[in-house]
Ligand binder design. Structure first.
Ligand SMILES: Nc1ncnc2c1ncn2[C@@H]1O[C@H](COP(=O)(O)OP(=O)(O)OP(=O)(O)O)[C@@H](O)[C@H]1O
Length: 218
């Protein structure tokens, strides 16, 4: 067996709080998210759900889809998994298609989609069930500025509804703007966490941008 990719990472996803997981390539962000989700065979991860927050959505970094199902059929499949009834599914799915400007592509196969369109499909599948917790792995790759804005708007709506969000990203100016809390990991360990001011304090760089703190701490 190889060495552990992450060590002693403790974090909490709280209702209505958007937590950003940041760190260099290979730091262990995706591994942390997968450990939380129980997707890894060799982990000693403890996950506790408090209250009734046991309904979550995972939006992976690499889009996963079925070659023979259309966008609409993917949404239908997700709705069935979420236990939504037909009327609710159609209403919510149509709103999401409009929001992500994908209505014209609803009956097409995702194999022919661009990278950004596939990413939008993954985001729509995640949002469809209105979960209590969102685990999002680098959502911005391939999204154009409008899609980024649409995504961030929806995420903010969900946060205000009380959903907790844990999102890994390299887009630090966005993370600095939207995250309530930040966790900076490097070499599989937490290097700093808390508010932007806490990260600045750890870097001993008062008033610095997240980008500069990241540079100093990694
Ligand atoms: N399937 C795997 N098999 C072996 N090693 C892996 C596997 N997946 C990840 N690793 C290793 O685990 C470490 C952490 O990887 P991880 O994908 O969690 O990083 P990351 O922080 O998400 O990076 P990036 O920003 O590049 O997406 C890396 O050293 C990587 O080489």
């Amino acid at each position: 067996m190889g060495k552990a990719a992450i060590k002693q990472i403790a974090l909490a996803v709280r209702p209505g709080v958007l937590t950003g997981l940041i760190g260099p390539n290979g730091a262990g962000k995706s591994t942390t998210l997968k450990a939380i989700l129980g997707l890894l065979p060799y982990t000693d991860a403890e996950v506790e759900f408090h209250g009734k927050a046991n309904h979550y959505a995972y939006i992976p970094e690499q889009p996963v889809f079925y070659d023979t199902l259309t966008l609409w059929e993917h949404l239908g499949l997700a709705a069935a998994v979420y236990g939504m009834d037909e009327t609710e599914f159609e209403r919510e799915a149509e709103v999401l298609l409009e929001k992500f400007r994908m209505t014209d592509s609803r009956d097409l196969l995702p194999g022919g989609f661009s990278k950004g369109m596939r990413q939008k499909m993954m985001l729509m599948i995640g949002f469809l069930g209105r979960p209590d917790v969102y685990i999002v792995d680098e959502p911005f790759i391939g999204l154009d500025p409008r899609a980024t804005k649409d995504f961030l708007g929806l995420l903010e709506e969900e946060r205000r509804r009380g959903a907790g969000v844990l999102m890994s990203t390299h887009v630090l100016d966005t993370a600095e703007r939207i995250c309530d809390e930040l966790i900076l990991i490097s070499d599989g360990r937490v290097k700093a966490s808390g508010s932007l001011d806490d990260i600045r304090a750890a870097a001993e760089m008062p008033g610095a941008s997240l980008f500069d703190c990241f540079d100093a701490l990694t």
